[in-house]
Design a protein around this ligand. Structure first.
Ligand code: PMP
Length: 361
């Protein structure tokens, strides 16, 4: 019989933490996870399968996925020795924090934002400095710069466009941040394709900039878990020490190469359609009394609602539409979030919201 409580071995700060989870709700129209509603085009799936058939499955994948790194470097406009591909960008967030954060170190974030930054920092014993957004849910740049001066964070993480607000930090503000901090500045560009802009051109002049990207959104590969990091080669070499060997399985690596090769022909047009649909949704929701959508540079948006968000969530679920109730996030008590779906799914969302809010009047 075990004579002690094994849980006493777990770090107290981990025990105090709530697990990062997502309720397993399902619905025919699933617009709660910012995924690509169009799926990966069949041609890309078939080409991935063809390449996998031709490869030995008994052999390990590359220790480091060099050919993917080279394709990503060309795709992103950076150098291959400054690229790390990961098992989702989540893995690279973890690797970056593992190689920088220990007790006594500080990470500055601006909340509400993607929850993983706080979670991983806390597990590693780092301290979170959290700066609230401005009242209009944009980044409060003067407040961030003041907090940088006051707390000298080792790492600043800015999600841009931000999940869940959809706001993109202006490049001039980022340059100011890069030049005033003595820490790393991490820009999570998970949604950059939907903003039409990137901070990658700033990498050459700013050796403290780290950029994360993912295949889970515009590249329609969330199931296969691929992300990548772009940074100065010296920095990438250090962060790479916390990435496990063979972190990317051969299937994911192959699919990612195919997606990059066929991006312009097959995936970029789908992204353009999602941007157009986002703008249509914004205009339509603005015309519904009781709703106030927030402008977004991503493939999702948050909406302020005069009906309690939990009720909107349930009313939509009853109509087969699954959105995200974000009302427990800081500053978002009156909001829900949805991602842009196919045109038909978006029509269904607009019709459902019209019905729910008409019944209120
Ligand atoms: N960063 C942000 C801002 C995200 O919203 C998400 C996914 N929701 C991720 C990273 C995770 O991406 P991946 O699937 O590449 O791990």
């Amino acid at each position: 019989m075990t004579m002690f409580d094994p849980l006493t071995i777990i770090k107290p700060r981990v025990r105090a933490l709530q697990a990062y989870t997502l309720a397993p709700d399902r619905a025919p129209i699933k617009i709660n996870q910012n995924e690509n509603p169009f799926d990966l085009p069949t041609r890309l799936k078939q080409e991935t399968e063809r390449r996998l058939q031709a490869r030995a499955w008994a052999r390990y994948p590359d220790f480091v996925p060099v050919s993917l790194h080279e394709k990503l470097a060309q795709f992103a406009g950076w150098t291959a020795d400054g690229v790390i591909a990961g098992n989702g960008s989540n893995e690279l967030i973890q690797a970056t924090l593992m190689t920088t954060i220990e007790p006594g170190k500080r990470v500055l974030i601006s909340e509400p934002t993607f929850a993983l930054y706080r979670q991983v920092t806390t597990v590693l014993g780092g301290e979170i400095i959290s700066v609230p957004h401005a009242a209009d849910l944009t980044y409060d740049v003067p407040a961030i710069l003041r907090a940088v001066a006051a707390h000298a964070p080792d790492v600043v993480i800015i999600c841009s466009p931000n999940n869940p607000t959809g706001y993109r930090l202006a490049d001039s503000d980022l340059v100011q941040l890069l030049e005033t901090t003595r820490g790393l500045v991490v820009i999570d560009e998970a949604y950059f394709e939907f903003s039409g802009r990137t901070v990658v051109p700033l990498l050459a002049a700013h050796k403290n900039l780290v950029v994360f990207r993912t295949f889970s959104k515009a590249l329609a590969l969330a199931a296969l878990r691929v992300g990548y990091l772009l940074a100065a080669p010296e920095l990438a070499r250090e962060i790479g020490k916390a990435v496990l060997p063979y972190n990317l399985n051969a299937m994911s690596q192959t699919a990612a190469e195919v997606a990059v090769e066929m991006y312009d022909a097959e995936l970029r047009p789908l992204g353009a359609q999602l941007i157009a649909e986002r703008e249509r949704l914004f205009t339509e929701l603005q015309s519904i009394a009781g709703l106030a959508p927030v402008p977004s540079q991503a493939n999702f948006m948050i909406v302020r609602t005069e009906i309690e968000p939990r009720r909107v969530f349930k009313e939509l679920l009853a109509r087969g539409i699954l959105v995200r109730d974000v009302s427990s996030y800081p500053m978002l008590k009156d909001y829900f979030r949805f991602n842009v779906g196919t045109p038909a799914e978006n029509d269904a969302l607009i019709a459902a919201l019209r019905e729910i809010f008409a019944a209120e009047e």
